[in-house]
Ligand binder design. Sequence first.
Ligand code: NDP
Length: 280
Amino acid sequence: MSATVIDGKAVAAALRATVAARAAELAFQPGLAVVLVGDDPASAVYVRSKDRAASASGIAARTIRLPAATSQAELLGVVRQLNDDPAIDGILVQMPLPPQIDTAVVIDAIDPAKDVDGLHPVNAGLLASGRSGLVPCTPSGAMKLLAHAGVPLSGARAIVLGRSVLVGRPMAALLTAADATVTLAHSRTRDLPGECRRADIVVAAVGRARMVGGEWLKPGAVVIDVGINRLPDGRLVGDADYESCAAVAGAITPVPGGVGPMTIACLLENTVLAAVRRRR
Ligand code: NDP
């Protein structure tokens, strides 16, 4: 069997076009503020691409760069200013933050109505209780890829590998809300290959290069590979071993070009959604 490749780039381009059209219909320009603390090169690349994508979709993007030595109190001050700024609809604080800053305290300080990353406990709580808040971008993008590929979710057995607040937990909540039967696996899960082999849908969000091999899959299973791992030779690979998984799976997302492009498109979608809701 040779898996259908789920083209995240194409789905993300279509979503960005939809978001741009929605933004153009508004009587105001939605505003997104991205806060970058320090000079982590990977974070700088992400922030630049978010800025560019937002501007291309008609969103006013503002990047606030702060030195690596910024104190927690200073960062909280910036977040509060953005909370009070009527031109700003979405606030994203780029992770990871330097060690002197408590990430949870910063997330808690963001106005939940502007929390376009969907990480504030209010938004996490709304998601956990099956209500509508702002949903974290990466799992939201993964769900859109499943929908695009026409994967039936109701009654399907799904396994999510990884239980982070950013990806694994919200992904499990979204799949549950879509009536899948969900196993949330993590580093203490016993017999991970056996658990995976029972699943119709495998979402890998662990951060371990090529951990999921084709022999872990039920024939025809759908693989959503969230992982982004850099090999010593510089290549980017996912958490799934693409070649062996594609030989067994019914459909698979590539890395790069799968879930990654969806994350930014969903950030833009959340920004427009937050803008409309705030002004309602
Ligand atoms: P975290 O490090 O926060 O979480 C990793 C999770 O994987 C933890 O729950 C951990 O378990 C679990 N885990 C670690 N080792 C194993 C193992 N051997 N077997 C089973 N589970 C294991 O990572 P994130 O959720 O932030 O990110 C996961 C991956 O997704 C990374 O590669 C990251 O780069 C990528 N990513 C991609 C994005 C995109 O846009 N495509 C966006 C965000 C992340 P435990 O809880 O027990 O420690």
